[in-house]
Design a protein around this ligand. Structure first.
Ligand SMILES: Nc1ccn([C@@H]2O[C@H](COP(=O)(O)OP(=O)(O)OP(=O)(O)O)[C@@H](O)[C@H]2O)c(=O)n1
Ligand SMILES: C[C@](O)(CO)[C@H](O)COP(=O)(O)O
Length: 384
């Protein structure tokens, strides 16, 4: 087992305007969580004693909303460039001069504890640490749209963050940096000041969100676990001339009795989705004693469960509903039910199954006293 990490602090720069991404990206949701929250959580989880989050001037309320519920962080206003923002962050960091400090881009949300560990430990034998990945593609120089030559990729690395240094090393290196000269990152500044910056193994998931399409790529890189939930519901038959099943109104010589529209298919499905998330059941979210749900269309129960799933960064994979009744005949309505459910759930129809069975005249469904529905939902939830 490795020794505990020394006490370290972090500066997370999030004061950019995201011009290449089409707008500020630090507050955008990635798998249900604001981009900035991913890194701050990862740093706090790894044991950071203090995290200074550098945000655009006046954006403190956005930061407070994005980081709600976390403690151990504070904000400072950023500057006109990334370098200026880093320096503003360092200026408010406390602690002894030899304290390890990680400087990290909020735009690299998928930060693992393993990378943090490697960066901090590298300071045992270097003045700085830079996580990086070797360049895998061959490189070309271009001129006027034509290949002008090949560039030897040997010894070339793709630099990432967090970059680690001791506080005084970083402050001294910045102090010696020529005023007005643009700085790529802290590794460049410390190296120019004569420091030895160790390359440590980076992580492909630490990609920087730079362009709009990067968000979909980052979503795809998030590890997810698959969960399954089941739901079951029964409603009693009573006088009426139509019945709601799986979001479709079917003319019938009876109706299902319930506090809401009594759509047992949607109720079972709502419970299956809540069950897959471990998020209680439909009665917890919509108590039958609450008059506001009297006669309610059950679409909203289902949509509520789906919204809760999305808020956790989860996504539906497929659903399967079985209706158990002697009448009405479900088969003529199955395709319409699948399409309706697919529309409500945002799934392709092939990921939605609706089935029906009788109980051969047996039991309460067989005697025509009530209709039962059962459902299964499979979801994927972010691992971290
Ligand atoms: N004045 C700035 C500029 C950038 N950053 C931060 O530096 C990181 C890397 O910068 P980049 O990806 O270039 O972000 P933006 O500056 O927001 O994007 P763009 O260059 O497309 O405008 C981001 O976390 C960004 O918020 C910062 O804190 N202050
Ligand atoms: C610091 C950095 O993330 C290292 O790769 C990068 O240089 C910052 O982003 P930019 O796109 O170069 O502004």
């Amino acid at each position: 087992m490795s020794s505990p990490l020394p006490v370290f602090a972090a500066v997370v720069v999030a004061a950019g305007s995201g011009s290449r991404a089409g707008g500020p990206k630090q507050w955008r949701l990635l798998a249900g969580r604001p981009v900035i929250r991913w890194s701050v959580e990862a740093l706090l989880r790894a044991g950071a004693a203090e995290v200074v989050v550098v945000v655009p001037s006046g954006a403190e309320p956005e930061a407070a909303a994005a980081l709600e519920g976390l403690s151990g962080w504070r904000t400072v206003a950023g500057g006109a460039s990334r370098a200026a923002s880093v320096r503003n962050g360092l200026a408010v960091l406390g602690g002894p001069g030899d304290r390890p400090v990680l400087v990290h881009d909020a735009a690299r949300p998928l930060l693992s504890g393993a990378v943090i560990d490697r960066c901090v430990r590298a300071l045992d034998e270097a003045d700085g640490a830079l996580p990086a990945l070797p360049v895998a593609d061959s490189l070309r120089r271009e001129s006027a749209g034509l290949v002008a030559g090949a560039v030897d990729r040997d010894g070339l690395w793709r630099a990432q963050t967090p970059q680690a240094f001791r506080l005084e090393t970083l402050i001294d290196a910045w102090a010696g940096w020529p005023a007005g000269e643009p700085a790529t990152d802290e590794a460049a500044v410390v190296q120019r000041a004569g420091g030895r910056v160790r390359i440590v193994e980076g992580d492909p998931r630490l990609m920087k969100l730079t362009f709009p399409e990067d968000f979909a790529m980052a979503e795809a890189l998030i590890p997810r676990r698959t969960r399954t939930g089941s739901g079951f519901d029964v409603h009693r038959w009573g006088p009426g001339d139509a019945v709601w099943l799986c979001g479709i109104e079917i003319p019938h010589d009876q109706t299902l009795i319930g506090h809401s529209d009594a759509d047992a298919g949607l109720h079972a499905l709502t419970d299956a989705i809540l069950g897959a998330m471990g998020d209680g059941d439909i009665g917890d979210h919509f108590p039958p004693t609450d008059p506001q749900w009297k006669g309610a269309s059950s679409d909203r129960f289902l949509l509520h469960a789906v919204e809760r799933l999305h808020a956790r960064g989860g996504r539906l994979v497929n659903v399967d509903v079985t209706l158990i009744c002697e009448r009405p005949k479900v088969k003529p309505h199955r395709q319409a039910m699948r399409e309706r459910l697919a529309g409500l759930l945002g799934l392709p129809p092939e990921a939605v199954s609706v089935k029906a069975t009788t109980t051969e005249g047996l039991g309460f469904t067989g005697r025509g006293e009530g209709l039962a529905a059962q459902a299964i939902a499979t979801v994927e939830l972010p691992d971290a």
